[in-house]
Design a protein around this ligand. Structure first.
Ligand code: SAM
Length: 288
């Protein structure tokens, strides 16, 4: 690294998820101005750049070689080059590669600048008309049924909407498991957002399951409404929620009690007794 040259900037740039007109003016300017664009899919990004008349060189940056490529790109950033990171489509780092390079850059005091824009996640949530402000984004559900059900179980009492990415060949099995674990809740299935055949199927999980029975094509986002109040009050569901805060969110006992009590509108003292018992499950047995 040349000590006299200031380090470059890493721009994390969102690109369209279908409709190419969704690219922002700022994204176009950044993609044209940087020295290099690191892309998950250089062919797809190449098509976008040609359409925009941008001639910035491309290099590949995909999941399987993320660590190696991140180290190479870091050297160039330290040498003063500005780099843009893009994914196949949408926002990098959201169920897409990006996190390794971003972390490495931050660890080395490189400036990381998001250039926000399209994402299937925000597009679906914005058009879902949810009553609840908070939502939980789970990325892709696990591929195997056992893991999927285990993943869904602690979410059954969550008072917020649940959002998942899904593939057309797995949506039927995922809907069936959601129905079984979460109950028959209202849901929306967004298909091909911003594209020619965009549509939104809306109904209960069992209705969506029936409607996708004969197959469905395209890219999908599933939005499921949060747990109804009666589910939240069931003791088993609250226990799962407490375990979720302990094991997945890494919360302290106090924090978990405070948040669950606020979310479910149940008194802290009621939650505290259950939470204390659940926290003790993890303690090693004493000698006496
Ligand atoms: N980073 C991307 C983003 O910000 O939207 C998501 C990448 S993830 C690998 C791809 C998944 O996002 C697809 O399998 C689908 O579930 C969802 N997705 C992407 N584009 C979509 C679209 N146009 N309509 C519906 N879902 C979409």
């Amino acid at each position: 690294m040349n000590k006299d040259t200031p380090a470059g900037t890493l721009y994390v740039v969102a690109t369209p998820i279908g409709n190419l007109d969704d690219i922002s003016q700022r994204a176009i300017r950044v993609l044209a101005d940087v020295r290099l664009i690191a892309s998950e899919d250089t062919r797809r990004t190449g098509r976008l750049l040609r359409r925009l008349g941008i001639r910035t060189p491309l290099t590949s940056y995909y999941r399987e070689r993320e660590q190696h490529k991140a180290e190479l790109l870091l050297r160039r950033l330290l040498d003063g080059e500005d780099i843009a990171l893009v994914s196949d489509a949408g926002t990098p780092g959201i169920s897409d590669p990006g996190a390794v390079l971003v972390r490495l850059a931050r660890d080395n005091r490189i400036r990381v600048v998001p250039v926000p824009g399209p994402s299937a996640l925000t597009a679906a949530v914005s058009a879902a008309g949810l009553d609840e402000t908070p939502f939980y984004f789970g990325g892709f559900l696990p591929a195997r049924q056992e893991a999927r059900k285990k993943f869904l179980t602690p979410l059954a009492a969550m008072p917020c909407a649940l959002v998942f990415y899904e593939s057309p060949h797995r949506i039927g099995r995922s809907l069936a498991d959601c129905l079984q674990v979460l109950g028959d809740r209202p849901a929306l299935l967004f298909r091909e957002l911003t594209k020619l055949h965009e549509e939104c199927l809306q109904g209960s999980l069992s209705e969506l399951l029936a409607r996708t029975d004969e197959g469905i094509r395209g890219e999908l986002v599933l939005v499921i409404h949060g747990a109804p109040a009666d589910v939240r009050e069931r003791p088993g569901e609250i226990d799962e929620l407490i375990r979720w805060y302990r094991d997945r969110a890494g919360s302290s006992l106090k924090d978990a009690v405070r948040r669950i009590s606020a979310d479910l509108a149940i008194s802290r003292s009621r939650i505290y007794q259950r939470a204390l018992a659940i926290w003790k499950e993890n303690e090693a047995p004493s000698d006496d």
